[in-house]
Ligand binder design. Structure first.
Ligand code: ZN
Length: 298
């Protein structure tokens, strides 16, 4: 029995990388009975008599998993964001960041289409990038789209990490992947995502070695699942709110109407972005009105 990581899944076969070798395996029937589907990125125990034939025996505990793309144990998510066409909104950006934070995935922001805006507008994005960097997020922003400084910065971030690329349709996910890993020869224009939609049987998912790390070759996360968190937890997924919360007068402060709220104090002082606070309030209302999600007992 050996341990390895699933690097590709296709039509019921799982390619497991172990000790420098790739093994083609299948999942034992007991996974289907337990309704567990092995995911690309899963660390597994398997047995094999040859590199072409083997069985997955056990899936080791996951750090996290995503449905779009279906991958597990992701460290990092690159949020590809167009500054224009489609129009930029901090709301969408923040929602993507929160979705990653909830899955315990470190976000990286990569701005595209900077050739479509003038210098004044570009300066506004420089300011915004600086604000998000202060939150602890890496931000790639260059005056020319896909300039080498931005790509080099991203390649450095990819090393030793398992990364997914996400973003709105038209943001340029596939183009970015083509730039950092031309050998993947992805169809641009998000064609690969469109083809994958709704057809599970033919879907191929892989983790490709890129710049010393692994990148999921299927861009995903183009639409967003409902957040299944309690509204009282939302502030934990805003790094600046998380940092300030211990200074709020009341334990469990949700930073709306409570007196002595440290978040609102910093907002008034201009140290918390108004857009972040507005987006927080909007998400909070959404979560408060959301019907509770019940999970069936296994
Ligand atoms: Zn507060």
């Amino acid at each position: 029995m050996a341990e390895g990581q699933i690097r590709q899944s296709l039509s019921g076969f799982y390619d497991v990388f172990s000790d420098g070798e790739m093994y083609r395996t299948r999942a034992r029937g007991n996974f289907r009975k337990k309704r567990v589907t092995p995911l690309v990125g899963d660390r597994v125990r398997f047995e094999s008599s040859s590199p072409k034939e083997g069985y997955i025996l056990e899936i080791l505990p996951r750090d996290n998993s995503l449905t779009r793309p279906p991958v597990a144990n992701i460290d990092q998510g690159v949020v590809v964001t167009a500054v224009k066409a489609p129009d930029f909104s901090t709301n969408l950006l923040d929602r993507q960041l929160i979705a990653l934070e909830v899955s315990r995935i470190q976000p990286v922001i990569y701005f595209t289409k900077t050739d479509l805006i003038d210098d004044q507008r570009y300066q506004a994005f420089e300011d915004l990038a600086a604000a998000y960097r202060r939150l602890g997020y890496a931000v790639c922003l260059t005056r020319e789209p896909f300039a080498s400084t931005g790509l080099d910065q991203l390649r450095e971030l990819l090393a030793d990490q398992e990364t997914v690329i996400m973003g709105q349709t038209g943001a340029g996910k596939s183009t970015l992947l083509n730039h950092i890993a031309p050998e993947l020869t992805l169809a641009t224009g998000e064609i690969s995502t469109a083809l994958n939609r709704g057809r599970h049987t033919t879907r191929k998912v892989s983790l490709m070695p890129v710049a010393g790390g692994l990148v999921a070759d299927t861009p995903g996360f183009s639409s967003y699942d409902t957040l299944t968190i309690d509204y009282r937890e939302l502030g934990q997924y805003f790094p600046e709110f998380r940092r300030l919360a211990p200074d709020c007068r009341f334990r469990g402060c949700v930073h709306v109407n409570e007196p002595g709220c440290a978040v609102k104090a910093e907002l008034a002082a201009g140290d918390v972005l108004q857009s972040r606070y507005d987006n927080y309030l909007q998400l909070l209302t959404l979560l408060q009105n959301q019907k509770p999600v019940y999970h069936k007992k296994k």
